[in-house]
Design a protein around this ligand. Structure first.
Ligand code: GTP
Ligand code: MG
Length: 230
């Protein structure tokens, strides 16, 4: 998306200038919302790592939906294809993807984020407890966050997808494979992909159990911390 900032310098017909200004103002709000969510997540990750000596967040990615992708989605839904309609109708213009180490970390991170009292939860879809028929797993949150502009406070939606490294591995490859075949993936390959998703889910559960067992051993060996220090 960054290359779009150069749009400001592209000579545009006079008639299109107001539209560009509207778009840049809208984009500024969604970028601010992404920064806010990322900062909150970084803080949670750091606090957790001090207490638990490991990071629940493995990595994060973010993206702003491109204008063509916004227009395509609006058209697909039979809605007016313009920026104002995108702001009214789309909740995934700003997207943050959080990759966690273990399944439990997903819920720890989601609970901590959604309990912050200036963040409003618009929608939660738990595709881990109820995977999509193709095997896709992730926790999807649509959150509304406050953005302070010069003269007003606005609420901006952000879609947060939280998944494990293993779920991300599957989703990334499945996405690429699906786009390779414009007519759709043949049935037997979809079946195979579903089997791989289930194998991956089983691995995630095993890794969680291994982690829980090791944490139990570590806790039993830990020296008690005396507070206040003597
Ligand atoms: P979209 O029109 O795709 O935004 O669908 P939606 O608004 O009904 O939301 P949904 O929760 O179904 O999916 C939103 C996003 O999740 C998608 O844009 C993808 O990033 C991701 N996603 C959902 N389903 C799949 C899937 O089957 N495979 C992969 N790889 N990603 C998926
Ligand atoms: Mg989407």
């Amino acid at each position: 998306m960054d290359n779009l900032s150069s749009l400001q310098y592209v000579p545009l017909p006079e008639s299109m200038q107001p539209m560009l200004k509207d778009y840049l103002e809208v984009r500024c709000r969604y970028q601010a919302a992404i920064r806010l969510i990322r900062a909150r997540l970084e803080t949670l990750d750091e606090e957790f790592s001090i207490r638990n000596k490991r990071n629940p967040i493995h990595s994060m990615q973010h993206r702003l939906k491109t204008v063509p992708s916004m227009m395509e989605k609006l058209q697909r839904r039979g809605l007016p294809a313009n920026i104002a309609s995108a702001v009214r109708n789309l909740t995934d213009i700003a997207g943050v993807r959080v990759i966690c180490s273990y399944i439990q970390d997903i819920y720890t991170v989601a609970d901590a984020l959604t309990s912050q009292n200036d963040i409003r939860v618009i929608r939660i879809r738990d595709y881990i407890k109820s995977p999509k028929p193709n095997g896709y797993r992730s926790l999807h949150l649509v959150l509304e966050v406050p953005v302070f502009l010069r003269r007003e406070r606005v609420s901006v939606p952000v879609e947060v997808q939280i998944r494990t490294i293993a779920m991300d591995f599957w989703a990334t490859l499945e996405h690429t494979l699906r786009y390779k075949v414009p007519g759709g993936v043949p049935g037997r390959i979809s079946d195979e992909l579903l089997l791989t998703a289930n194998d991956i889910a089983a691995l995630d559960q095993r890794m969680q159990r291994i982690h829980d067992q090791l944490e139990g051993i570590e806790d039993s060996q830990a020296h008690p911390i005396v507070y206040p220090p003597r």
